[in-house]
Design a binder for this molecule. Structure first.
Ligand code: UGA
Length: 433
C-alpha cells in the first residue's frame, strides 16, 4: 500500500520517513518547492536526532518520493494531512492550510480514500471536514480518520517507532481496515491501538498535552514551595513520583514550559471550553501559572545580577528544551529580552546553533559555551543539553568574574559549585545566591 502525506513540516516529515523506514512506499507533497528540493537531496530542514539517517536510507531505496504536485497522491488509498495549524490571536487554531489541502485532495478522489488528520486540530474538525465535503460528488468516497501524534521534538523518531499507544478515530469500517494495515507493524509489536470516534481522538490529543503541561506547571509551583520550606525538589519529586498512580515523568522543574505544542494546545482547549460554556477552571489556570513563573524568574534573575554588580551575562541554551533547534514559545525569549531591557549584555550560546535566534534578537549567538563565558560576570543555564551537564564547576569558577550561576534546569550539583566559590542559584532548593 502506498501512503500519501501532505505537509512535510515537523510532523509530516517524521511520519513519512518513519513509514518509509517500516517498508511502506510514501509519497509526500508540500507547496514549498525549496523544501521539497532539499528533501529530494536528503537535506532536512529541522534538527531531529536520527531522522537524517533514516531519510537517507529511504531516499536511497526509493521508498519515499517528494513532490509539489498533489496529483502524485492520486493513487494513494490513505493520505495523511500534516499541515500546520498555527494559533490565532484568540487561542483558536488557524485551519486555513488544512482546509485548503483537504479541498485540493477531495477534488482528486476517484476511489475510496482514507484521509487521516495528523495535524493537531480542534475538537470537531473531522465533523467540520465531513460537512465541508458533503455537497461534492466524491463525498461518498471519503473516509475521515483522526490520528493524533504524540511525538516529542528531539525524540520524535524513537517516539514514532515505539509509541505507548496509537490513537485512531474513525467513522467507517473501510477506514478501520485500512488503518489496521497501516499500523500492522505496530500491532505485531503488541503496541495498543486505541480505536475511538473522531471527536474522542481529537480530545485525547489536547487532553494529553494540557495534562502534561499542567504537571509541569504544578511541579514548578511545588518547586517554589520547596525553596520556602528549605526542602529539595528532587527529593520531593522522587517521593511523589514513585507512587505508581502518579508516576515520575513530567515532574522536572524548570523555567516554565514552552515549544509549539503545550502553550498552543492548552490555549486551544481553553478556547474550546469557552466556546461551549464549560467552566474548565484547572485547564484555564495552566497558562497563567506558566506565564507568571517565566516573569518572576526573569525579574529575580535581573535583580540578583544587579545586586552583584553584573553587566555581562552568559546565557547557555536558548531553545525551549534540549535536543532541538526550536525556539517557538521558548521561556528563554522573554528572559533574554528582560536581561537586555535591564541593560545587561547577553552572550548567548546554544549547541543547536539555532537559526531562529535571529528572528527574536539582533545579537548573534556565540560559537561555544566557553566563548559565551569568556567576558561574562554571571551565567544562566536555561536548557538541559548534555553538553552543559559535562561542563566542570571549575570552568565557571575560572571564567565568571562575579562567580554567579543561575541554573534554571537543576542541571548541576549546588555543592560542586559552592566548593569552588561560585554562588549557585538553583531551583526548588535552598537558595544561596
Ligand atoms: C509535546 C508532547 O510531549 C508530545 O507528546 C506531543 O506530541 C507534542 O508536544 C506535540 O503536540 O506535538 P514537545 O513539545 O516536543 O512534545 O516537548 P516536551 O518534551 O513534552 O516538553 C514540553 C515543555 O515542557 C518543554 O518546554 C520542556 O522543557 C518542559 N518540561 C517537560 C519541563 O519543564 N519539565 C518536565 O518534566 C517535562
Amino acid at each position: 500500500m502506498e501512503i500519501g502525506v501532505i505537509g512535510v513540516g515537523y510532523v509530516g516529515l517524521v511520519t513519512a520517513t518513519c513509514f518509509a523506514y517500516l517498508g511502506f512506499k510514501v509519497r509526500c507533497v508540500d507547496v514549498d518547492p525549496d523544501k521539497i528540493h532539499n528533501l529530494q537531496n536528503g537535506r532536512i530542514p529541522i534538527h531531529e536526532p536520527g531522522l537524517e539517517e533514516i531519510l537517507h536510507k529511504a531516499n536511497k531505496a526509493g521508498q519515499v518520493l517528494f513532490a509539489t504536485d498533489i496529483n502524485e497522491l492520486k493513487n494513494c488509498k490513505v493520505i495523511f494531512l500534516a499541515v500546520g495549524t498555527p494559533p490565532n490571536p484568540d487561542g483558536s487554531s488557524n485551519l486555513t492550510f488544512l482546509t485548503q489541502a483537504f479541498d485540493d485532495l477531495t477534488n482528486l478522489l476517484t476511489q475510496d480514500t482514507v484521509i487521516v488528520v495528523k495535524s493537531t486540530v480542534p475538537v470537531g474538525t473531522a465533523k467540520m471536514l465531513r460537512e465541508r465535503a458533503s455537497g461534492r460528488d466524491a463525498s461518498n468516497l471519503l473516509h475521515i480518520v483522526s490520528n493524533p501524534e504524540f511525538l516529542r521534538e528531539g525524540n520524535a523518531v524513537h517516539d514514532f517507532l515505539n509509541p505507548d499507544r496509537v490513537v485512531v478515530g474513525y467513522e467507517s469500517d473501510l477506514a478501520k481496515s485500512i488503518m489496521k494495515e497501516v499500523y500492522a507493524p505496530f500491532t505485531s509489536k503488541d503496541i495498543p491501538i486505541v480505536w475511538t470516534c473522531n471527536a474522542s481522538a481529537e480530545l485525547i490529543k489536547y487532553s494529553a498535552n494540557a495534562y502534561l503541561a499542567m504537571r509541569v506547571a504544578f511541579i514548578n509551583e511545588v518547586s517554589d514551595l520547596c525553596e520556602q520550606a528549605n526542602a529539595d525538589i528532587s527529593e520531593v519529586t522522587r517521593g511523589v513520583g514513585l507512587d505508581h498512580r502518579i508516576g515520575r515523568h513530567y515532574l522536572h522543574p524548570g523555567p516554565g514550559f514552552g515549544g509549539s505544542c503545550f502553550p498552543k494546545d492548552t490555549l486551544s482547549l481553553v478556547h474550546f471550553a469557552n466556546q461551549r460554556g464549560v467552566d474548565a477552571k484547572i485547564i484555564k489556570s495552566i497558562m497563567p501559572s506558566n506565564e507568571s513563573r517565566i516573569k518572576s524568574l526573569s525579574e529575580e534573575m535581573c535583580r540578583l545580577f544587579k545586586e552583584h554588580g553584573c553587566k555581562v551575562i552568559a546565557f547557555l541554551g536558548v531553545t525551549f528544551k534540549a535536543n532541538t533547534d526550536d525556539m517557538r514559545d521558548s521561556p528563554t525569549i522573554p528572559m533574554i529580552k528582560a536581561l537586555i531591557d535591564n541593560g545587561f549584555e547577553v552572550m548567548a550560546y546554544d549547541p543547536s546553533k539555532t537559526e531562529q535566534f535571529s528572528q527574536y534578537f539582533n545579537i548573534g549567538l556565540q560559537n561555544s559555551a566557553e566563548e559565551a563565558l569568556h567576558r561574562a560576570d554571571a551565567a544562566v543555564i536555561a536548557t538541559e543539553w548534555s553538553e552543559f551537564k559535562l561542563m566542570p564547576a571549575e570552568l565557571f569558577a575560572s571564567k565568571l568574574k562575579r562567580k554567579i550561576l543561575f541554573d534554571l534546569r537543576g542541571v548541576f550539583s549546588a555543592e560542586a559549585f559552592r566548593a569552588v566559590g561560585v554562588k549557585y542559584r538553583g531551583i526548588g532548593r535552598k537558595i544561596d545566591a
